[in-house]
Write a protein that binds this ligand. Structure first.
Ligand code: ATR
Length: 278
């Protein structure tokens, strides 16, 4: 008989998370026994609460979201190289009485680009990342692993971009640019990634003119509400390729599900439509 596997996502707040829909869809789709819940835990309580959920309440794994991705490092018994290099954990698994942390955001980003544009090749390209929050950190990691030759990193608060470069051992491929000169690097940019919250429902649009961007370039937004952000609409109008944000959310969930349920799940149109409809 199949074991009932309890998993979930921990955040604060957490009620808007789409992760329960994604994982419970796969539990049904693959005819597994289990449940994935949203659990609200205050950041002050995480370090005490997480071991209890594993050791006394029988959970197998969790995703971590805002504001827990860095706090959770303190309670992991082991973290893998990816989480260590990114400096954040978004997935924990309880295995052999140990809490093991990893980070699947870089995988989610890179896989989404590859699935959307199968002919796109990261090797040797110049990328520009707008923003320097947690998502930008994971994307820098993913792009360096994919052997891009340059990452222009620009953020309203420049010190945060500089901190990322420091945390990646001052990798010479990362170049910090002034936020106000973000348009000046577009004529050298093959891949532009928006990791800021600009363009999200209720937020101002990102102020940028894409017309100087390299012909055949790609614009990727990690915002997925709306799916077609003003940035992506402008990219389309400029005949650039686009990658929407929903795929990063869906693909980052796959390795976590595999770690807990033993199956690498597929992203299908029905799942994507369900997530977009909620
Ligand atoms: P995430 O974990 O999704 O990356 P985050 O860590 O809160 O989220 O980062 C949000 C990003 O959006 C930051 O780069 C932020 O810039 P600051 O570091 O200067 O705050 C950026 N951002 C948010 N509002 C912005 C605005 N109005 N103009 C420019 N950048 C903005």
């Amino acid at each position: 008989m199949k074991k009932f596997i309890q998993t979930g996502v921990i955040g604060h707040p957490i009620k808007h998370s789409k992760s329960p829909l994604i994982h419970n869809y796969w539990i049904d789709h693959y005819d597994l026994k289990g449940r994935y819940e949203a659990i609200d835990i205050h950041p002050d309580d995480l370090i005490n609460r997480l071991p209890v959920l594993f050791k006394e309440e029988g959970y197998t794994g969790f995703n971590l979201t805002i504001p827990h991705k860095e706090i959770v490092l303190a309670v992991c018994d082991e973290i893998d190289d990816v989480a260590r290099d990114i400096g954040a954990v978004n997935t924990v698994t309880f295995k052999d009485e140990k809490i093991i942390g990893t980070n699947t955001d870089a995988y989610g980003f890179v896989t989404n680009v590859k699935e959307t544009l199968p002919h796109f090749n990261f090797n040797g390209i110049h990328a520009t990342i707008l923003g320097a929050g947690g998502a930008a950190r994971a994307i820098v990691y993913g792009l360096l692993k994919e052997n891009v030759s340059k990452i222009y990193l620009t953020n309203r608060t420049q010190a945060k971009a500089t901190q990322i470069k420091n945390d990646f051992n001052n990798d010479p491929r990362i170049e910090i640019m002034d936020w106000d000169s973000r348009e000046n690097i577009l004529d050298k940019t093959h891949l532009l990634v928006n990791t800021t919250s600009l363009g999200m429902d209720g937020q101002a649009a990102l102020n940028i003119d894409l017309s100087p961007m390299i012909k055949g370039g790609v614009v990727c937004d990690i915002v997925y509400a709306p799916l077609m952000t003003p940035l992506l609409s402008q990219a389309k109008a400029n005949e650039l390729s686009i990658v929407t944000g929903i795929g990063m959310l869906l693909h980052q969930a796959r390795p976590a599900f595999k770690a807990w349920y033993g199956i690498m799940p597929e992203v299908d149109a029905m799942l994507e439509n369900k997530v977009l409809a909620t």
